[in-house]
Design a protein around this ligand. Sequence first.
Ligand code: SF4
Ligand code: SF4
Length: 367
Amino acid sequence: MNRVYAIQDQENSRESVKKMYASVMREFDDLRGVVCSNDKVLIKPNLVAPFEKATTDLTLLECLIKTILERKAVPIVAESSGFEFSTADTFRILGVDKLCSAYGVKLLNLDDAEYQYVESGNPLVPEYKMPKILSVVDKVIDVPCLKGHSLTKVTFGIKNLFGLLHRETRRKIHATNLELGIAYLRKLVHVDFVMVDGLWNLINAVYSEAFYQGIVVAGNNVDATDRVCCSVFGVDYAEIPHIRLCARSVRYRYVPLSEIKEIDNHIEERRNHFIKQNCIYKSFYSFDRLFSAILKRSVIPSLHYWLGLRPYIDQKKCDDCGRCYAVCPTHAIRNKRILHKKCMNVRCFKCREVCPNHAVIEKGLHK
Ligand code: SF4
Ligand code: SF4
């Protein structure tokens, strides 16, 4: 029987996250029915960019690692960040590398992994480049975030699998039909358990204001769990093509473990925003496919940087206090200027957070 549980505790603390995790584990018998002794378990978090609130909470990730180790199984954390971000920097800035090494857990940067071509069934992109590790592991546990997305409207468990694909395949899917591409990917990956981190509510996957909502949704079926996430997020699943395509006929039992306050993200009111964003991104990726063949590198990070959001120091407001120099994880700031080459694949905006004079501003067309 497919089961989905959801719990909410709006007290923003590590202890409350641990308590919610413990409640979920009680309902799933500490994963006894999911993870067996000696299983190799691939954990796929959402580490899209170096932003804590937009990525899988490390307390949840740590709790899950401990449970898998208690089951005497072998956890492997695997991820490739968003196309325009550096995965290695994202791991380092978020502290995922330290967490994994503290537990002796393998952290796999999928950008450096081995891949193989797999027939996808998708007529627009017939072969997907998938990491070989998927054919070696016994179980897959999906740990996405519950948040909005500027192209697919929402991103939960099914969409989170997109980060498993080689960047080349992601680029092809982006340039054709993203929703269809995700639905075909779902058929290629068997997810054994999914735990959705809905601690923060963001209307976009990375750059948007975040509100603490303290929700965790978990299930033994990713399609059913995504349907429940839609209700929690205040959106009709039939309006989200990749979820509708995957989860139309799934049967499940949903039990809220506490009263869940539904989030209303006014998605319907932003219909034109999604149409515009999809057109922009499709042209970005089509342009990239053309020019990368000539330049021998993807131009997506540069396009995101120069047309998307980037930090800029207002010289008139800056008093050269040096706080942003100290906090920048890529040492990209010197003499009141940002070295764009160093900032480009990170764009963490820590410089803006620490500036006492509000001298660091965002530039770009997209927000
Ligand atoms: S310049 Fe600012 S946004 Fe860029 S990496 Fe440094 S701290 Fe992050
Ligand atoms: S923190 Fe602000 S005021 Fe200080 S050096 Fe950076 S931009 Fe200038």
